[in-house]
Ligand binder design. Structure first.
Ligand SMILES: [Fe+2]
Length: 287
């Protein structure tokens, strides 16, 4: 049986993203899940304030990072995994279906340099893959729907669910990005909700209402009882109808176009042009 993980979370207020540092208290081996590289869309400047908070914590706690785990190719923030890897070591991993995501966006951005075989990542995980963080046993669940490549990482009684579920009062993730599918997400959520009821679910985002502050840990039992989109008793067809209706009302995330071009390259910038500057593309009238 896997011992209990130690978990430190960092909430980025700009993108409402939660980065988790998961470590084995005995060996001090660690994984960083869903890191954030700060990005100002007005100036095109990146900065490392959020990532440096993680580095400060890792060094102060004496942790050795083995993994930079992405739950999926995010559309709302840039990944800091390559920067953290340079500073801390470790391997960058994502779901094997990232190839599908890369293929879709290589076409959309007409980005000849974008690899579609996942080679920018150090490790691609299939459904059911297992790996270790020190003595912690981690198991990979492929939980597509929000994107085709979404993963949930199960480590003992803790599951890092990415963008499948949000807090019970907010519901579930949108399914209208390329390759997203509400019916698929419902089935993935059912697989997550089939974990033991006391399993702690750690979210990738929280969008709190005015009545509460940001929070990102809930349980299978709480979700089954209270999730506004998928509590027990909601049928697949009911969920699909609700999800599709809601997705029609949602605008494009502010950082989708920059984020996906970076994150489909495992957080690396596009190759610099002759003047040494990396550029992002904006497809006009395509999306
Ligand atoms: Fe996402």
């Amino acid at each position: 049986m896997s011992p209990a993980a130690r978990i430190q979370a960092f909430y980025d207020t700009d993108t409402s993203t939660v980065t988790h540092v998961v470590s084995d208290p005995e060996t001090q081996r660690a994984a960083v899940i869903d890191s954030v590289l700060d990005y100002d869309p007005k100036s095109g400047r990146t900065s490392k304030t959020s990532a440096d908070r993680v580095i400060t914590h890792v060094r102060a706690a004496g942790l050795q990072v083995d993994w930079h785990l992405e739950t999926h190719a995010h559309a709302d923030h840039l990944s800091a995994a390559p920067y953290l890897q340079r500073e801390l070591g470790g391997r960058i991993a994502i779901g094997a279906h990232i190839r599908q995501v890369q293929t879709a966006f290589q076409r959309i951005f007409n980005a000849a340099d974008m690899d579609t075989e996942g080679r920018d990542f150090d490790q691609l995980f299939d459904d059911g893959a297992q790996f270790t963080i020190g003595r912690l046993q981690a198991r990979v669940m492929h939980t597509p729907g929000h994107t085709p490549a979404c993963l949930t990482y199960v480590i003992g009684d803790d599951a890092f669910v990415g963008d499948t579920l949000f807090m019970p009062d907010y519901g579930s993730a949108r399914c209208d990005f390329p390759g997203g599918d509400a019916r698929t997400l419902f089935r993935s959520i059912q697989a997550v909700l089939a974990l033991p009821p006391a399993t702690r679910l750690h979210l990738c985002h929280d969008y709190p209402p005015a009545s509460r502050g940001p929070t990102w840990v809930t349980t299978v039992a709480e979700q089954r009882a209270h999730n506004v989109h998928v509590h027990d008793g909601v049928s697949e067809d009911e969920f699909v109808a609700l999800r599709q209706a809601r997705d029609k009302t949602l605008g494009m995330p502010t950082l989708l176009l920059p984020a996906i071009q970076i994150n489909a390259r495992a957080g690396h910038f596009p190759p610099p042009e002759a003047n040494g500057v990396s550029y992002l593309k904006i497809p006009l009238n395509l999306l």
